[in-house]
Write a protein that binds this ligand. Sequence first.
Ligand code: SAM
Length: 217
Amino acid sequence: MSRHIKPRMKMVTSQLISRGITDEKVLKAMEKIPRHLFVDEGLHDQAYADNPLPIGERQTISQPYIVALMTEALELTGHEKVLEIGTGSGYQAAILAELADRVFSIERIASLADRARKVLDSLGYYNVLIRVGDGTYGWKEESPFDVIIVTAGAPHVPKTLFDQLTVGGRLIVPTGDRHTQKLLKLTRTSNELDKAETKDLGGCRFVNLIGEYGWKG
Ligand code: SAM
């Protein structure tokens, strides 16, 4: 038995269930996916700790609880077409691949996208398509999406992404300044962003979303 299974089970009970994550499918996916494979070998023993970890290029794999919170908020049923902005390690994409139909993920740093692709292939997540580029433009040719998840902190909700949602679709995006953000969940009800149903899921701290409709550098 892999020495990582026990810490992974413990992560689910002590970090997720204890903080109120109840969606069985999210909990199962996080029990199943070997998070340690998404970080460098030297960090394998820290992969199930209650914090984000470095993945190179000054970027991070998010804290397990934040991944669970964002995923639960997407309310996935298994049929969705998902867009993720910020592939990073590929861990969140793997969780989404377990719970939705197809995942489109955009990463601005090519070396991270390459590494994520290799890990996802090694685990058989062929329903994830990764593209290198500025995710603040979204992925117009593949739109509309049932859900969009932004895993980097934005100065404001990118209208470009909102426009690529189906009506009834959900957009999760950390929004605030460069250091701290609020995790927002928007549900599209019409073409107008300011009429979207908006819920604040709490405070968070993400690396910056850098791009045309994010932070400039
Ligand atoms: N979801 C990732 C995971 O599971 O490991 C964590 C993502 S990390 C917190 C944020 C990622 O967003 C970084 O890899 C960063 O390079 C990327 N990023 C920042 N701005 C971006 C943009 N405009 N388009 C695409 N990726 C972007």
